[in-house]
Write a protein that binds this ligand. Structure first.
Ligand SMILES: Cc1cc2nc3c(=O)[nH]c(=O)nc-3n(C[C@H](O)[C@H](O)[C@H](O)COP(=O)(O)O)c2cc1C
Length: 257
């Protein structure tokens, strides 16, 4: 088994690492931007694919990866994990439908609520204690799923049903569809940028470059918020105008409130 994931602020990485370490300690977990992900996909019959829900859809970078390697999915057993701040009708189903077209067998899916990642919006922001509680609940949900799979062979099937499809479509996708049909060119870098290069070295898309001491957006943003959540100058925004909170999963992984 191998895990392949996209994660911006660390939520999805947290969930897939927990799922894999609880179910198969020997399984590797590889970020989608790592070249090793393709070789791992080729070599493994069982794949856990995980990503954050974006507007109740699959991030374009993940769709792009799935489509680019369409020939490698045939006959694979794929378990999908999506993370979300609040709602994702068929966050797993959207990708499951593409994977099935390429011959994959979907063993199940989990849609896990995690802290919100949209650092430049006040919506869905929670206290530290609340975010820690959300992460603890996510951990408990993963533990139960792994135990059910092990004890009864019963895989969760969240987001894979027809009603879930309708909920995702009418609840969000119809209104926001355009946001996930390509990479975004809308990343903004303010004058506060000091050209430290952290964003450029962390970006899963290689979308940022340092030129003349400033970060430059090359117009292929995966909307993952990794750069926004780590910029020491809080100089980067995407959907909003100002950084409200630099959400990083590790802040919420502590056990005490
Ligand atoms: C561009 C964008 C769109 C999002 N859309 C949704 C959404 O439709 N529903 C939802 O519940 N959460 C949404 N979220 C929240 C993330 O899915 C959630 O915080 C996720 O756990 C982030 O995972 P990551 O840290 O692995 O990137 C969105 C986040 C971003 C950045």
């Amino acid at each position: 088994m191998v895990g392949i994931y996209l994660s911006g602020t660390g939520n999805t990485r947290h969930c897939i690492e927990k799922f894999l370490s609880d179910s198969d300690a020997a399984a590797k977990c590889i970020p989608i931007e790592d070249e090793a992900a393709v070789e791992a996909l080729r070599e493994n019959g069982e794949v856990v694919l995980a990503y954050p829900t974006q507007f109740s859809n699959v991030p374009y970078m993940v769709k792009d990866f799935v489509r680019k390697h369409e020939k490698l999915w045939s006959g694979k057993r794929v378990f999908l994990i999506t993370t979300m701040g609040a709602f994702s009708g068929d966050g797993t189903g959207c990708c499951a439908r593409i994977l099935k077209k390429y011959g994959a067998v979907i063993s199940g899916g989990m849609q896990i609520r995690m802290p919100d990642a949209v650092c430049d919006s006040k919506m869905l922001k929670k206290s530290l204690a609340e975010n820690r509680r959300i992460v603890r609940e996510a951990d408990a949900k993963i533990e139960k799923a792994v135990s059910d799979i092990r004890n009864s062979g019963k895989y969760p099937r969240e987001g894979l049903s027809f009603p879930a499809h309708l909920a995702g479509l009418f609840g969000q996708r119809l209104w926001f569809y355009g946001k996930t049909t390509g990479y975004s060119g809308k990343l903004k870098i303010s004058d506060a940028c000091i050209g430290c290069g952290l964003c450029a070295s962390n970006c899963p898309m290689g979308n940022l470059r340092i030129e003349d001491g400033r970060a430059v957006n090359l117009g292929r943003c995966a909307m993952c918020y990794r750069c926004i959540s780590t910029c020491p100058q809080q100089a980067i925004t995407l959907l909003g105008k100002k950084v409200v909170e630099q959400c990083r999963c590790e802040k919420y992984e502590g056990t005490s409130d």
